[in-house]
Design a protein around this ligand. Structure first.
Ligand code: B1M
Length: 214
């Protein structure tokens, strides 16, 4: 019988082999891919909660997110067949001049774990690329990450470019070690999150989605 508790535990422990194996087994046994995704999403939410309570740290959250990512690769074709679509699309990237990508990728992985379609533009992303990608993918959210005090100021340019492009329904959320809620508000961003777990709740709140996962 499919071991969904084992799957949840494997994701939380960052055990990629078991997470992918148990996902395959569950699919082979004909379990509803949506139900499997709900189990995965709930386990990532628990990981996020534990991180916020300082019970685990960034490496544990990263390996859990990687296990989830690999398991979702197996699940994805089955979800598409079942007509499951992500609730919305978010574009994410590290701002121009900045090459730090670990935190940004972690946020992207956590968003994927919450069944959000994520377009990751990588690092050193110019304002116009954020705008173009948001348009192309019909994104509801643009996520900006910066790790340098010299590059975080570039977030203001992205917010300005988004407003100038008249992407009225697109919300901008910012984060990264030097970024604060006060700075986010000064530059006119719609949201801020101090860490990857908080970024999941923040992005859902921005698009008006209550957290119903798990
Ligand atoms: Co850099 N670096 N670095 N670096 N680096 C820092 C950031 C620094 C604090 C180190 C220091 O001096 N103590 C310092 C910045 C000082 C400042 O501006 N205040 C610094 C510097 C100066 C530099 C260079 C200028 C060094 C040089 O060349 N002289 C240079 C700049 C290059 C460039 O970007 N143009 C540079 C280069 C590098 C490496 C390439 C060597 C490497 C990056 C590798 C990579 O990312 N692939 C690197 C690293 C690894 C670091 C440190 C050690 C670690 C950063 C990290 O990955 N943290 C860092 C020192 C430190 O933080 N202790 C440092 C882990 C990551 C998970 O955390 O990214 O904060 P973080 O993400 C968190 C939250 O911030 C939040 O969620 C994440 C998870 O909880 N978050 C968001 C992040 N983005 C978010 C977006 C959101 C919401 C939340 O919404 C969209």
């Amino acid at each position: 019988m499919a071991d969904l508790d084992g799957l949840a535990a494997a994701i939380e422990a960052g055990d990629r082999g078991s997470a992918t194996g148990l996902t395959r087994e569950a699919l082979d046994e004909g379990l509803d891919p949506k139900g499997i995704l709900a189990v995965m999403t709930a386990s990532m939410r628990r990981v996020g909660d534990r991180f916020q309570r300082n019970e685990i740290y960034i490496p544990e959250m990263l390996i859990a997110a990687r296990a989830m990512k690999e398991a979702t690769v197996i699940l994805e074709p089955h979800l598409s067949k079942a007509g499951v679509r992500p609730a919305f699309t978010a574009v994410i990237g590290t701002v121009q001049g900045d090459l730090h990508d670990i935190g940004k990728s972690l946020v992207g992985m956590m968003w994927k774990g919450a069944a959000i379609e994520v377009i990751d533009l990588g690092t050193n992303v110019a304002p116009e690329r954020f705008v173009a990608a948001a348009r192309e993918h019909d994104a509801r959210v643009i996520g900006l990450s910066a790790l340098l005090t010299t590059t975080m100021v570039g977030m203001r340019d992205v917010v300005a470019a988004v407003r100038a492009a008249d992407l009225v329904d697109v919300k901008v959320i910012v984060g990264g070690a030097p970024v604060t809620a006060e700075f986010a508000s000064q530059i006119g961003a719609d949201g801020y999150a101090p860490d990857a777990a908080a970024a999941v709740e923040a992005v859902k709140a921005l698009v008006g989605l209550a957290d119903s996962a798990g």
